[in-house]
Design a protein around this ligand. Sequence first.
Ligand SMILES: *Cc1c(COP(=O)(O)O)cnc(C)c1O
Length: 386
Amino acid sequence: MVTRTVILTNNSQTTFSVNELCPTLTIDLAALSHNYKALLKKSGVAKLATVVKADAYGLGIDNIVPVLEAAGCECFFVATGSEANALRQITVDNDIYIMNGLTCDGEELADKKLAPCLASAEEVSKWIMLCEERNSNLPAAIHIDTGFNRLGICPDDWPEIANQIKASLFTPQLIMSHLACSETKEHPKNRSQLEKFEAARLLFPDVTASLANSGGIFLGNDFHFDLIRAGIGLYGSVEFNTGDAQLQNVLSLHVPILQIRNVKKGETVGYGCDFIAHRDSQVAVIGIGYADGIFRHLGDLEDKPASANVALEGQILPLIGRISMDLTTIDVTDFEGTLEKGKKVELIGDNIKLADVAQRANSISYEILTRLGTRFKRYYKQSDKP
Ligand SMILES: *Cc1c(COP(=O)(O)O)cnc(C)c1O
């Protein structure tokens, strides 16, 4: 496949000196498009909506959303009203749902055709009033709680709300709920939530229904309903089994070497002297740190002797010492090849999987992605083929 790489500066908050050695994020838009199609294939007859909250999990809505649209996506979910507003500038006609509920002025949402996921009896009543005032059925979803106990309308309120809605101008565009344990296939909570969701649906029989997130796609057809809300699966990193879906890695992070140092046996490296060289060593210093979203727990902390790995020309090497704000150190003693300033070390990519990095950091891919900072050059890699 012919690929080309473009540098987009429009959404970058930092102006770079042309040749500065700085970390680069490469976002593979062809892989993103591939993942959309792969997840769609696994979704049976359901439509595949995408979740682009938190700036498309940190990857940048400006560049991500058009690719998802081109792949066939017509429905988007964000968390907040501000995110919905920003997304409306990019996608003029497609459905936009706000998952945090009615958190801002309903009038403004209605004007912009932004649909809140109404998450309580009170929010539903407010929306019904707005529909009556405007004498129109304004688009909104109802968010049903099926046991997550985060947001959503409680089971006790379902019948009353169903009656109110029936007697009003408002017909929900969507009934949705969210799974608490979708990444654990055998977890009994999945079936319990499915049964509650089916019970709720009986009260709203002809309304489009949505229960599954990315993990839910792999729980089986009975979890799919009419619409799936996929997030993390699109971005290529999952901590659950995706069978034969063959999702591709979307994000790579490469960081240039700023300096190579000789460290004698017995000398220490970095803050707190946590790392003590047990042999004469070579150490590479790279220009990235926790201010860029590299979790300190990836480092060689006092209470955590095993640190994460990186890759240099495909060879796996350990991070050593503590990660500091702007710098990180790597033991390159065993590297076979030429060591020099400017060479790029892979922190996330084909050799170092995001899901593994997340595990090493005691976290999840979602958190690593959404914490990546602003001091990167971002390359959006596009395929010339449709
Ligand atoms: C974030 C979110 C999703 C997407 O979940 P993924 O696991 O990233 O696919 C779907 N629905 C709700 C309510 C969410 O908050």
